[in-house]
Each structure stands twice: as C-alpha cells, then as structure tokens.
Write a protein that binds this ligand. Structure first.
Ligand code: BTN
Length: 256
C-alpha cells in the first residue's frame, strides 16, 4: 500500500495502491461495510484484478500491470437519487476529455458507460450507488482504461488501448493523476449546478449522436437517430419521427 498526494482538492489525495485484489469496487465496498472512515475522493488502484467486474455482471479483463483499474469513492449527497445519471455524465465527460486530449476527437462516449475510439472499446465505467430513501450515501466509481496492453484474447472483439492507437507507452501514475484532476473538476461543477452544461458537452461527444444508426431492439432491427438521454439515463432515439426511450438492456447498436 502507498499514499500519494495529487494536486487537486480531494480526488486522489488518499490513494491505496494494491498489487492484487478481486475488484477495486469490492475493496471499497468491504472497507465501508466495516465502517472504515474513508474520506471522499479516496482512490483504490490495482495492478491486477482477478475478478474485475463490468456492467451487467460481465467480467472486466485487464492484463496485470499494463492498464488503469481504479475506483473512486464519492459522496454525491447534494443530488437526489433520481439524478443518478448526472454523475454518470460528469464522469464520462471527464474520462473522454482526458483521453481525447491524447488521441483526438475520434474518442467518444458510447452510451451508457463506455468510451470508444472509432469502433473499438478503450474504457469502461461501473458506478455502484448506495441509496437509502431520499439519500444518496455514496457512489463507488469504478473505471477501467486500456492503456499499455497490446494483445487481447481473441474472443474479446472491438477492443483497443492507448498504446495500440498511439504506439506510445504511458506512465500509469501520471495518467491516473490527470483522470483524478479532471474528474474532480467535473464533479465540483456538478455540485455547482453545471449539469446542463455537462449535458451539452456529453451530447457533442456522444457516439453516433444525431447520425442515422441501426439499432437492435429486442429481436428487431430499426433505424433511428439518437437525440438525447433522459434524466433516468434512458437513450432517446427518434424512430420514424417518434421519440422512444430505451433502458440499457432494451437496445444495442447493431453489430457490423
Ligand atoms: C464496463 O465496461 O462494463 C465497466 C468496466 C469497469 C471496470 C472497472 S476496473 C476498476 C473497477 N473495478 C471493477 O471490478 N470494475 C471497475
């Protein structure tokens, strides 16, 4: 374990770096369940996760020592639990911003929780919230970014890394610092009522926004255009002149 100090106010001021753990999200959850007093902005990073988790009970696979796998503890009690997607937006735009500075504007936020470079996945976000009634107690923001990995198992398709895109090897600690600083900025803006501004930025960086796109909806294929995301985080698609809202499991992008 080690502690580092980053330049921001709180995200990354307390960093716990672990050589090997099941999942950094689980690690925070376990500490909190033992009533460990953890300050907001605590970051857990792991060189290796042996049971990394993705959305929808998927696994998150990452070659040990090559990538960023970390979780941030936040206390977004200033938001109502039905505003959960606002945190997803703030985190997504922060990650996209840092990555786009390195690899340019082909880096997009793919609803609901991915960052893509062209047609390949570069990063994923898993936010796990703890709510009680009208209170949002904490959020564990888990982030996985493919950085220096250049070989992926053949059964994982449409995946890429910063090294594959740029041919450069990145310093993981310097990169983590940039993510922490930018996430903190966007999070503080969210606290300062800048959600509308975030939403505009989100749309302008959203994969396939306002483009003719084929979707798979249940067993059907339909063409439409993404026109936005509603307050619950459902994707809004204009299909034949009507706007339909879809939850994450109800729609997917048709595979080429
Ligand atoms: C996804 O794309 O489905 C989300 C992937 C999230 C992976 C990160 S890696 C750090 C944190 N710990 C986990 O077990 N998952 C998240």
């Amino acid at each position: 374990m080690q502690n580092n100090t980053f330049s921001g106010l709180f995200v990354g001021q307390n960093i716990i770096a672990l050589p090997r753990i099941d999942s950094t999200n689980n690690y925070i959850k376990n500490l909190l369940s033992k009533s460990e007093p953890l300050p907001e902005g605590t970051v857990i990073m792991a060189e290796e996760q042996y049971a990394g988790r993705g959305q929808f009970n998927n696994q998150w696979l990452s070659e040990p020592g090559k990538n960023l796998t970390f979780s941030i503890l936040l206390f977004p009690s200033f938001l109502h639990p039905n505003q959960q997607f606002l945190l997803n937006i703030a985190i997504s735009i922060a990650i996209n911003e840092v990555l786009a500075k390195i690899i340019g504007s082909a880096c997009k936020i793919k609803w609901p929780n991915d960052i893509f470079f062209n047609e390949a996945k570069l990063a994923g976000i898993l936010i796990e919230n703890n709510l009680s009634g009208r209170n949002w107690n904490h959020a564990i923001v888990g982030i996985g970014i493919n950085v220096n990995q250049t070989e992926f198992p053949s059964y994982i398709q449409n995946v890429t890394s910063l090294k594959q895109i740029t041919s450069h090897t990145f310093d993981l600690h310097l990169l983590l610092r940039d993510f922490c600083t930018t996430i903190e900025q966007r999070y503080l803006e969210l606290k300062n009522h800048r959600a509308q501004h975030h939403y505009s930025f989100y749309l302008s960086n959203l994969y396939r926004y306002n483009e003719h796109t084929e979707f798979q909806i249940h067993q059907d294929y339909k063409e439409g255009k993404i026109v936005g995301v509603d307050e619950r985080g459902s994707l809004l698609i204009n299909i034949g002149g009507e706007i339909h809202a879809f939850a994450p499991k109800e729609v997917s992008f048709r595979k080429a």
